[in-house]
Write a protein that binds this ligand. Sequence first.
Ligand SMILES: Nc1ccn([C@@H]2O[C@H](COP(=O)(O)OP(=O)(O)O)[C@@H](O)[C@H]2O)c(=O)n1
Ligand SMILES: [Ca+2]
Length: 490
Amino acid sequence: MHLSLSSSEPAEAEKGGERTLALMDEPKVTGTKPRTSWPRKALLILGFLFALAAIALVAMAVSQNKPLPKNIKYGIVLDAGSSHTNLYVYEWPAEKENDTGVVHQVEVCKVEGLGISGYSQDTEKAGLSLQHCMKRAQEVVPEQQHRETPVYLGATAGMRLLSLQNRSMADRVLSAVEKTLRSSPFNFQGARVISGQEEGAYGWITINYLLGNFKQPGWLNFLPHLRSSRGTSGALDLGGASTQITFAPDQELIESQENSLHFRLYGKNYNVYTHSFLCYGKDQALRLKLATDLQSTQNGSLLDPCFHLGYLRIMNISDLYTNPCIANGEQQLPFTQLHLQGNGDYQRCRMTIQKIFNTSYCPYSSCAFNGIFLPPLQGEFGAFSAFYFVMNFLNLTTEKSPVPLDKATSAVESFCSRPWHEIGSSDAGWTLGYMLNLTNMIPAEKPPTRPLSHASYVGLMVFCSLVLVAVLLLSWLTFHKPKCLQKGLI
Ligand SMILES: Nc1ccn([C@@H]2O[C@H](COP(=O)(O)OP(=O)(O)O)[C@@H](O)[C@H]2O)c(=O)n1
Ligand SMILES: [Ca+2]
């Protein structure tokens, strides 16, 4: 019986008898191996080569993209506050320098003793006081990286006040701390008094960096027009000698130029309001209040509702009038000592403390106090420094959601009413934002990001290659079936 193959080529069959016979004999399958035609062989080789290439591709992608051994970088910032100095060590993976949310605090060291401005009479000690924490930093940062690790010192409101009072004294304090920092093995980058505006700005950057507000979900990068314009959080920093408030207001125009900041971070523009209230930190505000109350006493005795019942303290009037926060009222006082007696009354304390906030004039559309511009508040705020310490002391920081104001008020109220004899960490601040800025780690434009994680990328590569191979094999099997398959013998 002849197969269609030979019947479709009758001329050839007649021409070459031998060849025709061979073909005609094939289907008999008498134990002879079926011969594979040359094009089929070529296809087989090609398929094999293709599979080999696909495997090589996958292997290359895996080895090329596997994460490199971790290369960690470090940075050190000293926050020289009015009440004390803290040293922070940060670390981040070198290859992810410009990504958001990769910098972590690995160490905080509290410097023993006073804030550096407190050593104005003995400036050498300002430098010596830092030595212990600098040694600690040397233990935390691996030795081979000491020379490349930058160290910065930023001094805040205590030094701002000292500069206003006696510039050369403030410079001597800074020289003393610089000497200590230069003698360390780290890469000294500067010790300076930062402005209130900078302090507010870096606090705001820190808060929003830590909250991940500069980050866009990876998949949104595919659709730039759909990128979320997620809001930012405001920052409240209650220090000892100044307080900062910084937030992105709703209104475009910030009426006072000195309160206006403009950032371009990761490709987005931010208009931010900031103000640093010098003398309105927790400690200086209290001194201001005492000095104000003293003006209305005859003999220097004060019954103060802001101190606990049973609290007694005698202080020299000259110790109260030591900086520019308190106008020269000292000379007019007919006594040299203040006798302070507490009577713990929250409501009355509120009333007396309001005297230090002058709200009687405002040259703008809206003001905080003392004629300082403040636009309407906008969004949520992250409050740190003494805001945190006080709330933490009152056990109000363990709750997950924000504590309602009336709950915080009643906790303060009940604490204030307790007699004196009964009374026996978070590290948000401006320092992280300062370091991110000085190490150029927050770029104006968004760095190109990989849309997929390493694992997803490799997985996808493997999957696609396998699909490719499978499709090729299938098409080969479909269009160039070996005869054994056509006959269903295999
Ligand atoms: N554990 C702590 C640490 C600081 N504090 C207070 O937090 C404030 C920190 O102010 P600071 O030293 O940073 O001073 P500024 O230069 O920022 O105004 C001071 O009033 C300290 O007394 C606190 O209440 N509890
Ligand atoms: Ca501070």
